[in-house]
Design a protein around this ligand. Structure first.
Ligand code: 13P
Length: 279
């Protein structure tokens, strides 16, 4: 069933677990992720980042196919726009039937971030859609121009949630998007997480799940993170599994697609366990 994340996050907050947000970059990814959630009998957030829209998949395709698979699923599925870069893209996703959008104005000033988020919140709430925003800034290891992390403070998180009216808040406590340099597991500030958790009731979400260490992520889920975004690890696992297919015949193409799916789904199943996701 297609849902927004309100009830899922309430339960996750109360019962101290997290729900995975699995990114997809094509229509096959939607099907794989939803089938994996059904196999596990667990809820899932399927997400497409605005930066991944293009030849493989556009927003209309993502909405059409995402809504179809979500509606047909026996478990709750949230269709989420990840890292929406403008108010216009968020509004378009909402109009197309996404049930959740992220407006990422985290590189703007506090005031601009609040104003931009508020605009999306007003539009979204009138249509039953929920909004994620980000305060502080989770760095990106993909984008060399964007390596500066800005850690979130408890005061700004509480004030931002209050002023913006966002439904969930991405915080920066030590993770980064993509593969970590030197492949080191990051140090997470659990003190910051605890103080942010203490300062606000808004559901907290974590970006940059890949490579962040199972122990770290499990502790984040237990100590107040309701959703963890995973992209890089899913696709690296798919590529690794695809190496098992060596043939060059037409049937090997089918085997290759199956291997990609197996790699991706095994990885997602692993994270379900790490996050202790409940039905
Ligand atoms: P990773 O690629 O590090 O898992 O980050 C995913 C993410 O945060 C998407 O918003």
């Amino acid at each position: 069933m297609l849902v927004n994340s309100s009830l899922l996050f309430k339960k996750a907050q109360k019962e101290h677990f997290a729900i995975p947000s699995a990114n997809f970059v094509d229509m096959e990814g939607i099907k794989n992720h939803v089938q994996c959630a059904e196999e596990m009998g667990l809820p899932l957030i399927i997400a497409i980042a605005e930066s991944h829209l293009g030849d493989n998949i556009n927003l209309e395709d993502a909405a059409l196919v995402g809504r179809k698979y979500a509606k047909e699923a026996s478990v709750p599925i949230v269709l989420h726009l990840d890292h929406g870069e403008s108010v216009e893209t968020c509004k378009k996703a909402i109009d197309l039937g996404f049930t959740s959008v992220m407006i990422d104005a985290s590189t703007k000033s506090f005031e601009e971030n609040v104003a931009t988020t508020r605009e999306v919140v007003e539009y979204a709430h009138a249509r039953g859609v929920v909004v994620e925003a980000e305060i502080g800034h989770v760095a990106s290891n993909f984008n060399m121009n964007d390596t500066e992390a800005l850690y979130t403070t408890a005061e700004e998180a509480a004030e931002f949630a209050k002023q913006s009216g966002c439904d969930s808040l991405a915080i920066s406590i030590g993770t980064a998007h993509g593969v970590y340099k030197a492949k080191a597991i990051p140090e997470i500030s659990f003190e910051a997480l605890a103080s942010i958790r203490e300062a606000t009731d808004v559901p907290l979400v974590l970006h940059g799940g890949s490579g962040s260490g199972d122990e770290n992520l499990n502790r984040c889920a237990r100590e107040g993170i309701c959703k963890v975004n995973v992209y890089t690890d899913l696709y690296l696992a798919a590529l690794e599994e695809s190496q098992t297919v060596k043939g060059t015949g037409a049937a090997d193409y089918i085997a290759l697609v199956a291997a990609l799916k197996k790699g991706m789904n095994d990885c997602l199943k692993h994270y379900y366990k790490v996050f202790e996701t409940k039905n």
